[in-house]
Design a protein around this ligand. Structure first.
Ligand code: FUC
Length: 765
C-alpha cells in the first residue's frame, strides 16, 4: 500500500525564480561544504540540502539520536563536601576548593553525551551533469527548498521540505519533459554500526549508536510517477527510469521512548510516520506542510528598505553587506532566526540544541548538547516576541524532565528541596555539575530557564498555563535557591556559593549574575503566587529573602561588578557578559528604576568591546538595544552579519547564514533575530499602575530610516504593528486577544492605550 501513492500534478513547471519570494536564501551554485547547505526541519527531523548536480545530498538528523543511555548523573552524597568547599572559598582558598570539588562534587560521569547525525540521502539524476542555469533557494515563508537547472535539454526541478504534520522529509524531482526523470536513490550513515537494505522501492537504514543505548532506523520510500516509469533495485540503490516525477518520503526514528526510557521500536515508528502520507497526492502533502509552516511563520515580520543589494545571491550579499546599503538584510536575518526555530523546536520534539537540530558530525563541537549559561536560553529569545510561543513548548517539556532529574541533584549535591540545573544538560537530562569545578559548578541554569516560563506568561497572559505549567517548575526552582543561599560572613547578604560567573574567574562565592537571576526568580514567584493565590507560605519566605540577596554593586572603574569583590579588569574582553544579565534578558537593572547601575552596566559593556564570538555579539545587540543605543546595536549586528573571518577575533556567518561562534553554533542566529526585535519594540518595564510599558522604536539605528513591523508580541498579551518614515512613527496598531491597557512610549511621548477583548486599536503616537 505504501508505494501506491497517488501523486497528482507531476510536471513541475519550471520554477520561475526571477525576483523570488519575499524571504529567501538563494545561490547560483550547489553547496560543497555543510555550512553552505540549507536547513529544513520539523522539530523531529532536520536536513541539510546540498542541492548538488547531478547528485543532491540531503544530510539528515533525528532529534533523539544521541550517544549514551538513561542514567542519573548525580554524585551520590556530594553534599558531604559542600560545607568544606564553602569554607575554603570564604577563606580565599579557591584552588583548594576547586580541587576538593573535583574529588567529591562533580557529576558522575564527569561529561555528558553527544548529539549524533543519522544519515544521508543521495538522489543522483542521470543526465544531471553539466547543469546550466543552476539556482537553489530556501523560501523561508513556505519552508520549501528548491533546485532548478537545465541539463541535456531538460529543465529539472527538485523540491525538499520537512513536514511537521506528515513527520517526513519529502523530496520530489520533476522535469519539463514527460518521462525524463531517471535517478538513483541511496541511503548511507556515518555510524559504523549501520547497514542499508533495499526492497520494494524502499530503502531501510538500521543503525546503532556505538555507546550501545540508542538504535535508530530511517526509511526512504521512493515513488515514481508516469506510465512509462520503471523502478528497480540495484545493490543498495533504488533506480527509477522513464518517470515524469519521483517522490521520496523519508522517515526516521529511534528506540528512545523518553529521556529516562529506551525500548521503543524505531522500525514501527518509521512505518507509523510514513503511513500518515501513504496515498496522499504530493500537492496535498506540500499544501499541508506549507499551511502548517505558515501558521507560525506568517505571524510576524519586519520590513526594512530593499535596495539593489537585496536582489543579490545570499552569499554575495553577505560578503557585500558591510559596504552596501542593505537594510533589508537584517530583516532577512530576523526571519531566518524565526524559520530556524520553527524547524528545530516544535511542541512534540526535543528543544533546539547548540546546533538546533542540524549536525553532521559524530563528535560535534561542545557535543551539540544544551549549554545553559547562555546558549540554550538565547535559542529561545525570539520565541515570544517573534510570535512563536508554541516553539517554546519543546523547552518547557524538557523543563518538566529536568525538574525530575534536578530534584535528585538538589538532594545529593546540596541536601536541598526543589530542583537545580547546572550549566549543561543532554538528552538524558543530566543536571549535575560537569567537566570541571572551575566552571561546571554554576547553579542558576534552573533559575534562568524557569524564568522562561514566567516570560511566556507575561507575553501570553495565559493564567491556566501559569498555574498548571509554569508554577510547579518556578516554585520548585525557587525552593531550591531558598535553601541554597547562605549568609556572607562579611556583608551579611544572602549569596550564591559555590558558583561561577560563566565561564571565567573560577569557582567563587557570590557571582553577580546568580544574584540577579535568583532575585528575579523570587520576585516572579511572589507575583505568580499572588496572581494564582497559591503557596502563600513559600511566597512569604521568598519575600523575607529577596531583599537580602547581595545587591548589584558599582566598582572602582565605574563598572558593574561581576563578582562580590571589586576585581573587574577593564581590559578583560571575555565573551561572556554574565553580570549584564540584569539588563538583558533580565530587567534587574533598567534606565527607569536604577539609572546609576544602568550607567555602570553600560561602562562594563563598553569595556568588553564589540568583537566577540557569534553568540556573544548576539547578546550585545540586545544589550545595546536595552541601552537605547540603536547605532551601537547596529554596529554589533554589522560585525555579526559578515562572512566568518571578516572581523579579527570574532565570529560571523557561514554562506548559509548559520552563525559562526566559530564553529557553527545556532544561538547567534537566535540572538541576532531577538536583537532586531529588541531594537524595534521593548516591553520589560511597567508603569506606576502596573501596566506594561510598550516602548516603540527604542533603539532605531540611523540606517533604518523607514520600515515597518507586524505581529511582534509585547508583554501584557499585545500584538504590535508599526510603520515609520524618516525615523518617525506614522502608524501603530495594538491588538489583544484578552484585552487590556498598556502605556505606549514613543520618542519623548507617552500615552495609555486600551484595547477591548479581541480588539485592536490604531493610533499615531
Ligand atoms: C559556553 C561558551 C562557549 C560555547 C559553549 C557551547 O561554554 O562559553 O563559548 O558557546 O558554551
Amino acid at each position: 500500500m505504501r508505494n501506491k501513492v497517488l501523486f497528482g500534478c507531476v510536471l513541475g513547471a519550471s520554477l520561475a525564480m526571477g525576483a523570488g519570494p519575499e524571504w529567501r536564501l538563494w545561490y547560483q551554485k550547489p553547496a560543497e561544504k555543510w555550512t553552505e547547505a540549507l536547513p529544513v526541519g520539523n522539530g523531529h527531523l532536520g536536513a541539510m540540502v546540498f542541492g548538488g548536480a547531478p547528485e543532491c545530498r540531503i544530510q539528515f538528523n533525528e532529534h533523539t539520536v544521541w550517544t549514551g543511555f538513561p542514567r542519573s548523573y548525580a554524585h551520590t552524597n556530594a553534599v558531604a563536601v559542600l560545607p568544606e568547599i564553602r569554607r575554603l572559598l570564604f577563606d580565599g582558598k579557591q584552588k583548594e576548593a576547586e580541587a576538593l570539588a573535583m574529588r567529591g562534587f562533580m557529576s558522575e560521569p564527569l561529561r555528558q553525551e553527544r548529539y549524533q547525525p543519522c544519515g544521508d540521502l543521495f538522489v543522483t539524476l542521470e543526465n544531471g551533469a553539466s547543469p546550466a542555469g543552476y539556482e537553489r533557494q530556501l523560501d523561508l515563508a513556505t519552508g520549501v527548498h528548491t533546485v532548478t537547472y537545465q541539463a541535456a535539454g531538460v529543465r529539472y526541478t527538485q523540491e525538499t521540505f520537512a513536514s511537521h504534520p506528515a513527520r517526513v522529509i519529502v523530496h520530489r524531482v520533476t522535469a519539463d519533459k514527460p518521462g525524463a526523470v531517471a535517478c538513483a536513490v541511496r541511503l548511507t550513515s556515518p555510524h559504523a554500526l549501520s547497514a542499508v537494505s533495499a526492497a520494494g522501492g524502499a530503502l531501510v537504514l538500521r543503525g546503532q549508536v556505538q555507546t550501545n543505548g540508542v538504535s535508530f532506523e530511517a526509511e526512504a520510500v521512493v515513488t515514481p510517477l508516469g506510465d512509462r516509469s520503471r523502478l528497480t533495485q540495484d545493490g543498495g540503490r533504488v533506480v527509477v527510469t522513464g518517470a515524469d516525477a519521483v517522490v521520496i518520503r523519508l522517515a526516521a526514528a529511534t528506540n528512545v521512548k523518553a529521556w529516562n526510557e529506551l525500548g521503543g521500536d524505531p522500525g514501527e515508528a518509521c512505518r507509523k510516520a510514513l503511513s500518515r502520507s501513504d496515498g496522499q497526492p504530493y500537492s496535498d502533502l506540500r499544501g499541508a506542510h506549507v499551511a502548517d509552516h505558515q501558521a507560525l511563520f506568517g505571524r510576524a515580520s519586519v520590513t526594512l528598505a530593499r535596495t539593489a543589494a537585496s536582489a543579490k545571491p545570499t552569499d554575495e550579499r553577505l560578503a557585500a553587506f558591510r559596504a552596501a546599503d542593505d537594510p533589508d538584510f537584517a530583516a532577512l536575518v530576523f526571519q531566518y532566526g524565526r524559520y530556524l526555530l520553527i524547524g528545530s523546536s516544535r511542541e512534540d520534539g526535543q528543544p533546539a540544541n547548540l546546533q538546533g537540530i542540524w549536525n553532521d558530525s559524530l563528535t560535534p563541537p561542545w557535543d551539540s548538547k544544551y549549554t545553559c549559561n547562555i546558549n540554550t536560553q538565547m535559542n529561545y529569545w525570539p520565541a515570544e516576541v517573534g510570535g512563536l510561543a508554541e516553539c517554546h513548548e519543546a523547552l518547557f517539556r524538557a523543563l518538566d524532565e529536568l525538574m525530575a532529574s534536578g530534584r535528585v541533584t538538589a538532594r545529593e549535591h546540596y541536601g536541598a528541596d526543589g530542583w537545580v540545573l547546572h550549566h549543561n544538560f543532554d538528552l538524558w537530562r543530566g543536571t549535575a555539575p560537569i567537566n570541571h569545578s572551575n566552571h561546571g559548578i554554576w547553579v542558576t541554569g534552573s533559575g534562568w530557564l524557569a524564568l522562561h516560563l514566567w516570560e511566556h506568561y507575561l507575553f501570553t497572559q495565559d493564567k491556566k498555563c501559569l498555574r498548571d505549567r509554569a508554577w510547579p517548575v518556578m516554585r520548585e526552582a525557587a525552593r531550591f535557591y531558598s535553601a541554597f543561599l547562605v549568609e556572607d560572613p562579611v556583608t551579611k547578604a544572602l549569596i550564591s556559593t559555590p558558583s561561577n560567573s560563566p565561564e571565567q574567574g573560577g569557582l567563587v562565592a557570590g557571582p553577580t549574575m546568580d544574584h540577579q537571576i535568583i532575585r528575579s526568580l523570587f520576585r516572579a514567584c511572589i507575583e505568580a503566587s499572588d496572581t494564582l493565590g497559591k503557596d502563600k507560605e513559600l511566597a512569604g519566605t521568598l519575600r523575607g529573602q529577596v531583599n537580602r540577596i547581595a545587591p548589584n554593586k558599582i566598582g572602582r572603574h565605574g563598572q558593574l561588578q561581576e563578582w562580590m569583590e571589586d576585581r573587574d579588569d577593564p581590559k578583560n574582553q571575555h565573551r561572556h557578559v554574565s553580570h549584564l544579565w540584569g539588563v538583558y534578558p533580565g530587567c534587574d537593572i533598567t534606565w527607569k528604576d536604577s539609572p546609576e547601575l544602568f550607567g555602570a552596566a553600560r561602562r562594563s559593556l563598553l569595556d568588553r568591546g564589540d568583537a566577540a564570538t557569534g553568540w556573544s555579539m548576539g547578546w550585545k545587540v540586545n544589550l545595546w538595544a536595552r541601552f537605547l543605543d540603536g547605532d551601537h546595536a547596529y554596529a554589533i549586528l554589522s560585525n555579526l552579519l559578515v562572512p566568518l573571518g571578516t572581523v579579527k577575533g570574532a565570529g560571523g556567518m557561514y554562506p548559509n547564514l548559520f552563525d559562526a561562534h566559530p564553529p557553527f553554533q545556532i544561538d547567534g542566529n537566535f540572538g541576532a533575530a531577538a536583537g532586531v526585535a529588541e531594537m524595534l519594540v521593548q516591553s520589560h518595564l511597567r508603569d506606576a499602575e502596573g501596566r506594561p510599558v510598550i516602548h516603540l522604536l527604542p533603539a532605531l539605528p540611523s540606517a533604518w530610516k523607514e520600515g515597518s513591523f507586524k505581529g511582534l508580541r509585547a508583554r501584557g498579551g499585545f500584538v504590535v504593528n508599526a510603520e515609520w518614515k524618516s525615523g518617525k512613527l506614522v502608524k501603530t496598531e495594538l491588538a489583544s486577544d484578552k484585552g487590556g491597557s498598556a502605556r505606549i512610549k514613543a520618542g519623548g511621548r507617552e500615552e495609555v492605550v486600551t484595547v477591548a477583548k479581541g480588539g485592536r486599536s490604531e493610533f499615531t503616537p
